[in-house]
Design a protein around this ligand. Structure first.
Ligand code: ADP
Length: 728
């Protein structure tokens, strides 16, 4: 009994294994179909195979189409029943009468089909005969049809065995081809894939090998070839591995596979792929059969791939380093060591050029035995005259052999001092021009630099160029901000010391002046009275100045921690401090609802006070109208018709007045300490107020600026970051 196999997936898999679908017509199948038609006397006979979607005709007589949809036709009956099906008249059966092959061309009235069942029980298709008229088959005809179907199966089996035999070859080829990228390479590989076959008697160690197998071992086809010879040809380092692989395969009854090196008589090394299998006759393998294939080229491709891989890794590594550190020394060091290893060059170095055309080797990786160039200051007049300009334009130079290259003799001599035989040079360019060179040297032999190597070096030089530019910028920036911080600190120190230390003598001057005023007023002449008045006034002003200066210096030294501050309270305090000026001027001060911000309350009060006080002080002949506005960035900023849109996480405040205004050219200057735009007699003041505001706002992480037009009033803006992310 044949095993029942209902699993459709398994059936399809089995069908695929026979590799019959979509193959060319073959005489063996064609004659079986013709015989069937002849024996049964029908005009149509088919050998079909049924896959997921269709019945495909391997052989057909009397029918033009190469295939039919699976659900059309009557072969499904056969497949379902797994037995011969004879339909003498399709029109007699209601179900069949509507089948498209019955109702339309080829108008089938008679059908007889035999399932094609494999030894494993899979129904792959049918052998069938059809007619356009009703018909019956005799017992003999049925037997003949069955016999023919067995012939079809035998053909299939034969085919599969052949396929099995060539499976090794296919697999081997596939292993090879899967590694190769382009179609061209694939073709090449297939051409060079010279498969040799061998058989080894495991008892006698008698080896029989095909000619190709001998060729694969570097032997002429007529040469004697023994197992001993074969073994001797295997690279000594690979022999144990090969033996072990064979042993394992025999023990585990698995396929043997090994990739090893052969050494030919001329000393050349060739990679071999060997596959084999123990042939098991009495449950104990006595022979091993297999194939060999020269895979040297594949190995080379693999090696090249590995190298490429390492190249991209190196490239990534250096790029990451550049992003991370900007430590030029470290970057250059990694570059030379890794490039030297990767290119297997005798020397790799970075040469930094100076303005006069000389240069210094700042990093070097050199193999032992070759002159060390590190830290050497070099000057090659030929280089300067002939080559520098070309490198400046980004040129790359790849010299295979300096002995035969067309170069200036002086340049050749210069290179020879360092044992250089072959030279690959790429420029390292930065924004301003050329910074230096990245070089690879081969000292022992000439060397042809391939495009990968040249490109790699170029890409690295580009990366290095970027890193150097960035590092230079960073250095400039750091220097600048260090300088700025230092001068600020000095200024603060000075302001503090000066204001603090001056207070004491000034107090003395003031009190003695007051004494003078008190005692001698009207007792000396009128001039003396006036002089004393000037001195007293001067002393007062100096007192104010010193107090202001002290306030200025204390912004950063005496600042309070930032806490949530209610701006309404801050505003009230500022107004209270300015009570007198407000009353005198009749100023009208309005404000938006004020939020809570994270700030130093005292300092914020000072900002409001200074700005409102200026708004009153620099008024025109009008009642001062002052408005304090505020918006939160990102929330309601667009509600206002502002010229400025604050950032998402900050408050934008402004103090708007209808005063005299400021010419735009002074908009920045007024925030600098002691800078004033008017004489003291017209508008008294010290020129420190806005400098203090700026310092306070900057301490809070904000900005302050003014927008104004002379005669049109001013708007002083300042921002306070909303550090705690609070909403009003
Ligand atoms: P002071 O008010 O003591 O002169 P500030 O540092 O507060 O010093 O101001 C610097 C200068 O900026 C002022 O002298 C004035 O010329 C100008 N200024 C400041 N605020 C206003 C304003 N609201 N309107 C017009 N000019 C102003």
């Amino acid at each position: 009994m044949k095993a029942e196999r209902t699993d459709e997936a398994a059936r399809l898999e089995a069908l695929r294994q026979y590799q019959i679908l979509d193959t060319e017509p073959e005489p063996a199948y064609d004659s079986l179909a013709q015989l069937a038609a002849y024996i049964c006397g029908t005009p149509i006979a088919l050998v079909n195979f049924i896959d997921e979607h269709r019945q495909w005709f391997k052989a057909r007589v009397g029918l033009d189409v190469p295939e039919m949809p699976r659900n059309v036709g009557l072969s499904y009956l056969c497949q379902e029943r797994r037995d011969i099906v004879v339909v003498t008249d399709t029109l007699a059966d209601e179900k069949l009468a509507n089948n498209p092959v019955v109702t339309a061309d080829p108008y089938v009235r008679f059908y007889a089909g035999v399932p094609l069942i494999t030894p494993k029980g899979d129904v792959l298709g049918t052998l069938c005969v059809l007619d356009r008229v009703p018909r019956e088959l005799s017992q003999k005809q049925i037997e003949a049809l069955l016999a023919l179907s067995r012939q079809v199966i035998s053909q299939l089996e034969l085919r599969r065995n052949l396929a099995e035999v060539s499976r090794y070859a296919e697999e081997v080829k596939q292993t090879e081809t899967s590694l190769l990228e382009s179609e061209q390479r694939l073709k090449l590989a297939l051409q060079t894939a010279r498969l040799g076959s061998w058989q080894l008697d495991l008892k006698t160690e008698e080896l029989s090998a095909s000619n190709q197998c001998k060729v694969n071992f570097g032997l002429p086809t007529e040469a004697e070839f023994s197992y001993g010879m074969l073994f001797e040809r295997i690279h000594p380092d690979d022999r144990a591995y090969v033996q072990e692989s064979v042993k394992q395969a025999l023990e585990n009854k698995t396929d043997y596979q090994a990739e090893y090196r052969n050494i030919w008589s001329d000393g050349s090394v060739h990679w071999m792929l060997a596959r084999g299998r123990g042939v098991d006759e009495v449950n104990d393998p006595t022979r091993m059969i297999g194939v060999t294939l020269d895979i040297t080229e594949r190995k080379q491709v693999e090696e090249e791939l590995k190298r490429q891989n390492r190249r991209s890794q190196l490239f990534a590594q250096i790029t990451v380093k550049i992003r991370e550190t900007l430590q030029i020394e470290e970057i250059l060091q990694t570059t030379v060591t890794e490039v030297q290893k990767l290119l297997q060059a005798d020397r790799v170095l970075v040469f930094q050029l100076w303005a006069d055309g000389s240069g210094t080797v700042v990093q070097e990786a050199v193999l032992p035995g070759w002159p060390v160039m590190l830290e050497k200051n070099l000057f090659d007049p030929c280089f300067k005259e002939e080559y520098l300009e070309r490198y400046r334009q980004g040129r790359v130079s790849a010299m295979e052999d300096i002995e035969s290259a067309h170069i200036q003799p002086c340049h050749r001599e210069f290179l020879q001092q360092f044992g250089v035989r072959s030279n690959l040079v790429v420029p390292i360019l930065v924004r301003e021009g050329i910074w230096g060179l990245l070089l690879a040297h081969q000292c022992a032999t000439p060397r042809r630099w391939n495009s990968f190597e040249i490109e790699l070096l170029q890409q690295l030089a580009n990366q290095i160029g970027i890193a150097i530019s960035q590092a230079q910028l960073l250095e400039k920036e750091t220097c600048y901000s260090q300088e700025l911080a230092r001068s600020n600190a000095e200024l603060e120190q000075f302001a503090y010391v000066a204001s603090h230390d001056l207070q004491e003598p000034l107090r003395m001057v003031t009190s003695y002046l007051q004494l003078l005023e008190h005692r001698y007023k009207s007792k000396l002449d009128a001039n003396a009275d006036q002089f004393i008045a000037y001195a007293v006034d001067g002393a007062h002003r100096m007192q104010t100045l010193i107090n202001e200066l002290l306030k200025y210096s204390r912004v950063s030294t005496r600042g309070q921690p930032f806490v949530p501050v209610d701006c309404n309270a801050v505003f009230k305090q500022a107004i209270a401090n300015l009570q007198v000026a407000i009353e005198e001027s009749g100023a009208v001060i309005t404000h938006d609802p004020l939020p809570e911000v994270i700030a130093d309350a005292t300092q914020l009060t000072q900002v409001f006070q200074n700005l409102i006080s200026n708004a009153i002080k620099f008024r025109q002949n009008l009642t001062p109208q002052i408005h304090i506005g505020v918006v939160k960035g990102g929330v309601d900023a667009d509600r206002q018709s502002l010229n400025v849109i604050p950032a998402k996480d900050e408050w934008l405040f402004w103090v708007r007045d209808n005063g005299i205004g400021i010419e735009s050219q002074y908009a920045e200057r007024i925030f600098v300490i002691f800078q004033r735009l008017h004489g003291r007699t017209k508008y008294p003041g010290t020129g420190i107020g806005l400098a203090i505001c700026k310092k306070i706002i900057e301490r809070h992480g904000g900005n302050i600026w003014v927008e104004s037009e002379p005669g049109q009033g001013s708007i002083f803006y300042f921002t306070i970051p909303d550090k705690a992310g609070k909403q009003s």
